[in-house]
Ligand binder design. Structure first.
Ligand code: SF4
Length: 239
């Protein structure tokens, strides 16, 4: 079986603890209105790898990982290729290399997905929008799969960092964020809720790909406002 990778990021500022190698898998079932990587949406646009080929590439960086580092699978949506990623994870385990999953949760909780979640060093879970209506309006899919994944992560006690993108005019207020927090209060698996400010750095990709950019008239989030909202979220969750 082959998997499809959009791009790599070598030991740079990729998400997760420690020094990490970023693998961005191709393909995504969502169409987030604020996506800055629309070039990752199509699986077939990626470069194909056998699991063993990918692990060989990752293992070259092993000496940099230390105890807390490893590889971060992002995308696109890494769990869209869960069967293949299970093969990769098995080989990584044999090499003693850990992995973090950066996911939207927008996939069914198949056996392969559960196996990958359970075997990860930690999970970065994006909570795109707080309810069915807004989730559908701004991502094209419903919220139930993401909430089911959060419940599963809680049931297995897997450390999970939640990320929320804050977009001016959509969810840049305490009232708007409160609607996300109802899903997060009391969840012991949630170690942190991180707000990410909307930015416009991906706009040129929409033009290049000929895709409509629904936020073309929206400015980047003011960093000071993001900091104020982050303080609100932290206070609400006692983090
Ligand atoms: S889940 Fe990520 S890659 Fe997919 S559309 Fe949303 S922001 Fe883009």
């Amino acid at each position: 079986m082959k998997g499809y990778v959009h791009s790599f990021e070598s030991l740079a500022a990729v998400d997760g603890d420690g020094l990490r190698y970023g693998v961005f898998l191709a393909g995504c079932p969502l169409r987030c209105v604020y996506c800055h990587n629309p070039d990752t949406w199509t699986v077939g646009a990626g470069q194909s790898f056998e699991a063993s080929e990918l692990v060989k590439k990752i293992a070259r960086y092993r000496s940099y990982f230390g105890e807390r580092g490893g590889v971060t699978f992002s995308g696109g949506e890494p769990l869209l290729q869960a069967e293949w990623l299970c093969e990769v994870a098995e080989l990584l385990r044999n090499e003693g290399i850990g992995y973090v999953l950066d996911t939207s949760g927008g996939v069914p909780l198949t056996e392969a997905v559960r196996t990958l979640l359970a075997g990860a060093q930690g999970i970065l879970l994006d909570l795109k929008f707080p309810d069915e209506e807004s989730y559908r309006r701004y991502t094209g899919r419903g919220i139930s799969e993401t909430l089911a994944m959060l419940d599963y992560l809680e049931s297995i006690g897997k450390e999970t960092r939640i990320r929320i993108v804050v977009v001016p005019g959509i969810n840049d207020s305490e009232d708007a964020l409160e609607r996300y927090l109802v899903h997060l209060r009391g969840k012991n698996c949630v170690s942190e809720v991180e707000l990410l400010g909307f930015h416009t750095m991906g706009f040129h990709k929409y033009e290049a790909l000929g895709i409509e950019n629904r936020l073309s008239g929206t400015a980047a989030l003011d960093p000071a406002k993001k900091d104020r909202l982050q303080a609100f979220v932290n206070a609400q969750l006692n983090k």
